[in-house]
Design a binder for this molecule. Structure first.
Ligand code: 5RP
Length: 236
């Protein structure tokens, strides 16, 4: 099974969990895009809030009803991909997100949802977070201050370049992203607090204990995993 096929499997399973009348948060990235397409195909009577301009536009182009958090401040479920998923120390699921650059809005929309389903192929399931560079969203003018502070914390920040190669990547909220090659993040809560303490940091890609269920797909099909299952399933 290819990685794309695995992503398609979890996207379909997550779409099957949505029912008429729900308010659904739409994630961002290739897996979330597949989910949005599967969900649109079901033609349910639902309303959505998107975590990026790209997902908003895609959903509208597929005929879905998309609103803002002002109109829909409470969501039944948020569905999104992740760059890494592991069992958190607090008994929940911990994630690294933001590879697609939408971590800030993703965390905001996820925080408004009663359920957060993370959809991932099995390459994303890890024992310890940190192999994937941790994205940190930074106010543009603060970059010269934040970058050396992250470096002093040993996080090896690198300014993300635009896909076009034309200057830095700019998020939907107009900020920069520093991708931090942390290595193993043994104490994510501590790392998160240290990053948060730097003035000019808007958000980081550690989503600790926010996701309630992980749908993870591989050769054996789709597994529905909570934290304790992920410990056994982790690959690195
Ligand atoms: C975007 C994200 C994505 O969910 C994450 O990068 C996974 O992406 P993909 O589904 O394309 O592998 O956090 O900001």
């Amino acid at each position: 099974m290819t990685q794309d096929e695995a992503k398609g499997l979890v996207a379909r399973r997550a779409a099957e969990l949505v029912a008429d009348g729900m308010v659904v948060g739409l994630g961002t990235g290739t897996t979330a895009t597949l989910f949005i397409r599967e969900l649109a195909a079901r033609k349910l009577d639902i309303r959505c809030v998107a975590s990026s301009d790209a997902s908003h536009q895609l959903a509208e182009s597929l005929g879905m009803r998309v609103a803002t958090l002002k109109e829909l401040p409470e969501l039944d479920v948020y569905v999104d991909g992740a760059d890494e998923v592991c069992a958190g120390a607090g008994g929940g699921l911990d994630l690294i997100k933001g590879g697609g650059g939408a971590l800030l809005r993703e965390k905001i929309v996820a925080s408004a949802a009663r359920e957060f389903i993370v959809v991932a192929d099995s390459t994303k399931a890890v024992e310890v977070l940190g192999k994937f560079p941790l994205p940190v969203e930074v106010i543009k003018m603060a970059l010269p201050l934040v970058e050396p502070k992250l470096a002093a914390q040993g996080l090896h920040p690198k300014l993300r370049a635009a896909k076009s190669g034309d200057g830095p990547y700019v998020t939907d909220e107009g900020n920069y992203i520093l991708d931090c090659a942390c290595g193993r993040i043994e104490e994510p809560e501590v790392t998160a607090a240290e990053i948060r303490s730097i003035v000019g940091v808007v958000e980081h890609g550690l989503f600790l204990g926010m996701a309630t269920l992980a749908l993870v797909s591989g050769e054996d099909g789709v597994k529905e995993l909570r934290a304790q299952d992920l410990q056994a399933h982790a690959m690195r």
